[in-house]
Design a protein around this ligand. Sequence first.
Ligand code: MTE
Ligand code: MO
Length: 372
Amino acid sequence: DPYADDPMRHPALKVNSQRPFNAEPPAELLTENYITPNPIFFTRNHLPVPNLDPDTYRLHVVGASVSQSLCLSLDDLYKFPKHEITVTLQCAGNRRSEMTRVKEVKGLEWRIGAISTARWAGARLCDVLAQAGHQLSETDAHVCFEGLDSDPTGTAYGASIPLARAMDPEAEVLLAYEMNGQPLPRDHGFPVRVVVPGVVGGRHVKWLGRVSVEPEESYSHWQRRDYKGFSPSVDWDTVDFDSAPSIQELPVQSAITEPQDGETVESGEVTVKGYAWSGGGRAVIRVDVSLDGGLTWQAAELHGDEQRPRKAWAWRLWQLQAPVPAGQKELNIVCKAVDDSYNVQPDTVAPIWNLRGVLSNAWHRVHVYVAP
Ligand code: MTE
Ligand code: MO
């Protein structure tokens, strides 16, 4: 069993797949803290978790010329200036289960919890690339990452991001060795992972073994044959993966974590809670909540850290306390977020349905009963 050596996991996690391990925190724990505690941070593994020795660990960085290539130990990485930022990570498949209800899709049945937030610390990728002699001259180049996890044929997880993002100090791409002040847990990439603020989870390569600058995107399956969006009319017989760009920045997203679908709430007053986030560093400027399926709206209070313009890497948590309209037996609670480019979420799932069930960001809807 290649998974026999996987780490222990927190019992509160909702498991979507045991081997490889994929799990999300339950909704009621997801927004209990602005920073997600490490043991309940969602986990998305494609392969068995490698067991790496921090003393012999090396990160290979292919240089601009052969003599500039780097072979970095952990101690070498610690010598680069340490940079710490709060970043929300979201899987492209978050909320896929809502797409499945429209029509079957291929993928894990994530609910609203394939998203979490941590303080990440490490070396900036731009500093490491600069030391390896790279410059922002090849504008169309890509930085390819390879993990040290691999399948039985020896194929490793891999992904890439554009060189322009990697070299931009303002983009704050990290080679992270700390998560919430601790060494990375094994499930989250011990000892080193990539953190690409504002970009889909799939590019945050864990158990990082190799970094190279290439003229083309990574040839990895997960860069070229997965994590792309298509029209609802494209099916597995007609899909042409080369025709769509790989997902990088994610669209604006929000979801309700309290109350949950099917619950009974007290009459009088209801408290609605959730999260909101947008990709590419776009800030959340508003979350609208409806108790009547979208006929009327109220703005929620935004909590959590203030977001920096163009560098809003982390989510806002939000809350609305509102009177339950007298005589209501049921509520259709809905939320939708607006980012600082005034991007909004689509109202229904069907027009954004896609065969892989990615980019699921329609208004989140929760139906509850009101106690008599
Ligand atoms: N890196 C490696 N090496 N192997 C993986 O399977 N999964 C990716 C990414 N990095 C993956 C990886 C995907 S699809 C996501 S969403 C994030 O890791 C999840 O990170 P987390 O498990 O720390 O939440
Ligand atoms: Mo993912």
